[in-house]
Design a protein around this ligand. Structure first.
Ligand SMILES: *Cc1c(COP(=O)(O)O)cnc(C)c1O
Length: 444
C-alpha cells in the first residue's frame, strides 16, 4: 500500500512488492504449476525479506525468488559424471537411455501394465519386460523382476531355503558389496542357513561335494564384483558345480546379459545358464545399463520351475517392481544401446579428440585447461580391475570443489594438483554443458 508520504516512498523497504503481486508474475505462475504454490510462496517470502534487509533491490524480488527455486519438484539434481567411473553408486549407477526415459513417461500415467486390452481382463504384470529378458538371454526359460539385485537373491534364499535349509557357498565368496551390505548377512536374514566351504583363497569341487546332504537347498556362486584376488587362489566354476546335483544359483551381480569383448572376466547371464546354472540373479542398473531392478532368470526345466516357485512365494509380493521400472527395463533391453554400453564401447581416440576440443575452447577463454590421457574404470557395479583407456580435460585442482557446487554440478576427480574431467562417462552431447559449467566456475 503506497501512501502520499514521500519520505516513506523513498525508503526501499516500503517498495517491497506484495506477495500476491509477485505470485501473479507469469514466470512465478509457471513455477507454481511446476513446483507447487507453497514452495514458490516460501521463496517469495524469503526474497521479500532480503529486499527489506537491503540485500537486494525491491524491484528484484520476483527474479530473486525465481533464482532460488529448483528446476523440478524433486530435490534430486542431475550431475555430470566426469569421474571416470562408469557406474558410480553415489550418482545413481547407470544413466538411462532416452528410450528408457520415454518409456517411463508413457508408463507414468494409467497404463496397461497389468491389463490385457484385447480381452479387458487382468494381464500378466510386466510381461513385456519378462519377454524382453527371455529374448535377450539365450537359454532363459523364465524370468522375474524384483526391486534390486539384493531383493532377487534374498527372495531366492527365502523361497528355496528359508525354512532353515542349507545354502552351500565358498568362503572366498562371502563378500561385502558396499556400504556395509554383506551377502552372508543378507542370506541369513532370510532364515536360510549358510554352509561355507573351502577357505578364503582356495575352494575345490570336493569341498562342495563333501558338504552336500539332505539339508542342501542349493549351491550358490557369488561373483565378487568389486575386487580381484590374485596369487594362490582358486574357485570352482558354475559349470563344475552344476554336475554335483543340487540346484545351482549364480549371483552374477553386474547384469551383463551376454559377453562383452572388453570385459572377458565378467560373468554374463547367458554364459552362466549355458554352463548349467539353474538360476541367475543380477542387477538392472549396473552393466545392463537400465533402472534399479533385480533380475531372476531360470534356465532349463528345473530353472524354469524354480523361477515359478520363487515368483509364487508370498514375500515376492513385497519385492514387486513398479511400472516405471518395468517400462525402463524393457526399453533398456530392447531399445538402442544404453549409455553404459556406449561408454564401454567409446573409441579412446574419439575421447581424446573431444578432450582436446574442450581444452582448446576453454583455454581460449582463459581457463588453464589441457587434454590428457587417463584410465577410467567400470566401478563398484562390476568388472573390477578392468582399465578403460580414456581422456580428460585437466584443470587446476581447485576447480573440483567449485564444479561440484556448480549448476549443473560436475563430479570430476582430483589427481595430484589437477582436477580431471574424464569423458568416458560423459555423453558427447553434454560436452557443451560441461564447458559451460567450467566457464561459470571460472567466472564465479
Ligand atoms: C551389486 C551386487 C548385488 C546387489 O545388487 P543391488 O542391485 O545393488 O541390490 C548382489 N550381488 C552382487 C554379486 C553384486 O555385484
Amino acid at each position: 500500500m503506497t501512501t502520499a508520504r514521500p519520505h516513506r516512498a523513498a525508503d526501499p523497504r516500503r517498495r517491497v512488492p506484495r506477495t500476491d503481486a509477485v505470485l501473479a508474475e507469469p514466470e512465478l505462475v509457471a513455477a507454481a504449476e511446476r513446483l507447487g504454490r507453497d514452495r514458490v510462496k516460501r521463496a517469495v517470502t524469503t526474497a521479500q525479506q532480503r529486499a527489506r534487509d537491503g540485500a537486494i533491490d525491491p524491484s528484484d524480488v520476483a527474479a530473486d525468488a525465481l533464482a532460488a527455486l529448483p528446476a523440478t519438484a524433486s530435490g534430486i539434481r542431475p550431475v555430470l559424471n566426469a569421474s571416470g567411473v562408469l557406474l558410480h553408486t553415489n550418482l545413481g549407477r547407470a544413466p538411462l537411455s532416452d528410450a528408457a526415459v520415454a518409456a517411463i513417461g508413457a508408463a507414468a500415467g494409467t497404463c496397461d501394465v497389468e491389463l490385457d486390452l484385447s480381452t479387458g481382463r487382468r494381464g500378466t504384470r510386466g510381461a513385456g519386460a519378462v519377454t524382453a529378458l527371455r529374448d535377450a538371454v539365450p537359454g532363459a526359460g523364465a524370468a522375474w523382476i524384483a526391486n534390486n539385485g539384493a531383493a532377487a537373491l534374498a527372495l531366492v534364499c527365502a523361497a528355496l531355503a528359508g525354512t532353515g535349509r542349507e545354502i552351500v557357498i565358498s568362503r572366498g565368496q562371502l563378500v561385502e558389496i558396499g556400504d556395509g551390505f554383506r551377502i552372508p548377512e543378507l542370506i541369513e536374514s532370510t532364515g536360510a542357513r549358510l554352509r561355507p566351504v573351502g577357505t578364503t583363497n582356495r575352494t575345490h569341487l570336493r569341498d562342495y561335494a563333501d558338504a552336500i546332504g539332505p539339508e542342501t537347498a542349493f549351491l550358490l556362486s557369488v561373483h565378487p564384483s568389486n575386487f580381484v584376488v590374485s596369487g594362490f587362489v582358486s574357485e570352482v566354476d558354475v559349470g563344475e558345480l552344476a554336475g554335483l546335483g543340487p540346484p545351482v544359483v549364480a549371483d552374477i551381480g553386474s547384469g551383463l546379459l551376454t559377453p562383452h569383448p572388453l570385459l572377458p572376466g565378467e560373468p554374463d547371464a547367458a554364459g552362466a545358464l549355458a554352463a548349467g546354472a539353474d538360476l541367475v540373479t543380477a542387477s538392472g542398473d549396473k552393466l545392463l545399463g537400465g533402472p534399479q531392478a533385480g533380475l531372476l532368470l531360470g534356465g532349463g526345466e528345473r530353472g524354469t520351475r524354480l523361477v515359478e516357485q520363487v515368483r509364487r512365494f508370498p514375500l515376492a509380493r513385497a519385492m514387486r517392481v513398479d511400472k516405471l521400472t518395468l517400462a525402463a527395463l524393457e526399453a533398456s533391453v530392447t531399445g538402442p544401446p544404453t549409455p553404459v554400453r556406449e561408454f564401454l564401447d567409446a573409441d579412446p581416440a574419439a575421447l581424446r579428440t573431444r578432450a582436446e576440443a574442450l581444452a582448446t575452447t576453454l583455454a581460449a577463454d582463459g581457463v588453464a585447461a589441457t587434454a590428457v590421457d587417463t584410465v577410467a574404470g567400470v566401478g563398484g557395479g562390476g568388472a573390477p580391475g578392468v582399465e578403460l583407456p580414456s581422456a580428460a580435460v585437466a584443470l587446476p585442482a581447485r576447480y573440483a570443489e567449485a564444479l561440484r557446487a556448480g549448476d549443473p554440478p560436475v563430479l570430476g576427480r582430483v589427481a595430484g594438483d589437477r582436477c580431471l574431467l574424464d569423458l568416458r562417462a560423459v555423453p558427447p552431447s553434454a560436452d557443451a554443458v560441461l564447458a559451460g559449467a567450467v566457464r561459470a566456475v571460472r567466472g564465479g
